[in-house]
Design a protein around this ligand. Structure first.
Ligand SMILES: Cc1cc2nc3c(=O)[nH]c(=O)nc-3n(C[C@H](O)[C@H](O)[C@H](O)COP(=O)(O)O)c2cc1C
Length: 431
């Protein structure tokens, strides 16, 4: 019998395998956007509420937003910590529920490094137990930003130990039923800080050339194969082009493609190429500048608690304003990145960034520009959006890409749509 894709002629409906432990019924995925599920006993239920709805509406794959490798190192209080087997296994009921609804699920795992909240979020900064982990000492001009917490430049042995910790977390993720693991290796997280020549000024085996900076990815891949099994699907986000202050070192376009080639050589099963900035601003999710901080009372209160000093709030806001002003929304803005990556690797390439409707999804897939298409923010307002896209509707997502969801998740609020106009429309639609 011909498969669903062949019957309708749409590639999005064709099944695909990624690595050996991920079989997907179609090529539409929920991109990792933080859910604010936190670290309590109710985390699994909070995730399930969103993910099961997405799965029931038809997505092939859910990529759970970033969870933290260690007890400290989260970039938002709403993140989940997966530093022990017990913590990971608490998520099993949600994983089972997603599978029961027909979708596969990967967990994304990372660490904030220099941008961990212990460095800027008042309650966490004052109770912090360890220093901020870093690939290298930050550039001199930026040191005032990091004055809240001591910085520890990881030794080569500590980098190896971190790789081995990734191995353990992958083993537990497999035990919990996840179909694969994605490294949180973009948006100025610790692994991205290792990949980027802006932050990585090491002179040991983990610094210098592009391949030396990428060697942390090789170690992690090896450790995961050793602990969780060589067949467990492991994937990575790769920065292809990195925004940085003028005249500073940064990952260039060609270096990004070289990183993608290396990731395939190291044994990663798929790649998501993205535009990033050296700062964790809104480059990864182009769109409006999140003015919600000034308008939403709950956000304002949390923001003042997180950054009681006016000067600290000014730095955070400046980051958003600058990031937003230099990264205006453009439909399918990573297209040239995933097309270029497709040309240099033979593993599946995942598209993401500003993809709003069935026509844009089909445009990417029919032309072979990428193998899977991801949608992030629009799922906040419309958990059932996949149904429309898989059905070929030409009605775009309700999301206005205003980025009002960004400061909310940074401050530990639930992953949801905070744009009042969109919320209203979404309620009208769902009755
Ligand atoms: C509130 C928010 C949280 C996000 N969290 C993550 C994350 O945890 N890990 C990650 O790799 N990307 C994260 N992203 C980036 C998204 O995966 C995606 O690349 C981006 O939103 C662009 O896709 P979209 O235009 O479909 O939203 C986040 C984006 C937003 C807006």
């Amino acid at each position: 019998m011909p498969d669903a894709g062949a019957v309708t002629g749409r590639r999005v409906l064709e099944p695909i395998r990624i690595g050996r432990t991920t079989s997907l019924r179609n090529r539409l995925y929920r991109a990792p956007v933080l859910e604010g599920a936190g670290d309590g006993e109710d985390a699994a239920a909070t995730y399930a509420k969103q993910f099961v709805a997405n799965a029931e509406a038809g997505v092939g794959l859910v990529i759970q937003g970033n969870s933290c490798l260690y007890d400290e190192g989260r970039t938002s209080p709403g993140m989940t910590i997966v530093s022990t087997r017990e913590r990971m296994l608490r998520l099993r009921p949600m994983v089972d529920a997603v599978h029961a609804a027909g979708a596969a699920i990967w967990i994304q795992v990372g660490h904030g490094g220099l941008f961990a909240m212990e460095g800027w979020h008042e309650p966490y900064a004052s109770q912090r137990r360890g220093p901020l982990l870093a690939a290298s000492t930050p550039p001199l001009a930026l040191r005032p930003i990091f004055r809240r917490a001591p910085i520890h430049v990881m030794t080569a042995d500590e980098v190896r130990a971190m790789a081995s910790d990734y191995g353990d977390v992958a083993l537990w993720a497999r035990e919990a039923g996840y179909d694969g693991l994605q490294l949180a290796s973009s948006n100025a997280k610790l692994l991205d800080q290792f990949l980027s020549p802006f932050w990585n000024r090491r002179d040991d085996e983990f610094g210098g050339s592009t391949s030396a900076r990428a060697s942390v990815l090789r170690l992690i891949r090896e450790a995961i194969a050793e602990r969780a099994g060589a067949d467990f699907t492991v994937t990575v986000k790769i920065p292809v082009g990195e925004k940085a202050p003028p005249f500073t070192a940064h990952t260039t376009w060609d270096e990004g493609l070289e990183l993608a080639r290396l990731a395939e050589e190291f044994g990663y099963d798929s790649i998501t190429p993205v535009e990033v900035s050296v700062f964790p601003d809104t480059t990864l999710s182009r769109g409006g500048i999140p003015s919600s901080i000034w308008r939403n009372t709950a956000m304002q209160t949390r923001f003042r608690r997180a950054a009681p000093r006016r000067s600290e709030r000014a730095v955070l806001i400046a980051g958003y304003v600058l990031g937003g002003a230099t990264s205006r929304f453009r439909p399918v803005w990573n297209r040239s990145r995933f097309q270029a990556t497709k040309a240099v690797v033979s593993i599946p390439v995942l598209a993401v960034g500003g993809i709003r409707d069935a026509a844009e999804v089909d445009g990417v897939l029919e032309d072979g520009q990428a193998d899977l298409v991801g949608i992030g923010r629009p799922f906040y307002a419309e958990p059932g959006l996949a149904g429309r896209i898989l059905g070929g509707s030409d009605e775009p997502s309700l999301c206005q890409y205003s980025n009002l969801c960004v400061p909310a998740q940074m401050l530990g609020m639930k992953g949801a749509c905070y744009n009042p106009a969109v919320v209203k429309l979404s309620r009208t639609r769902t009755g």
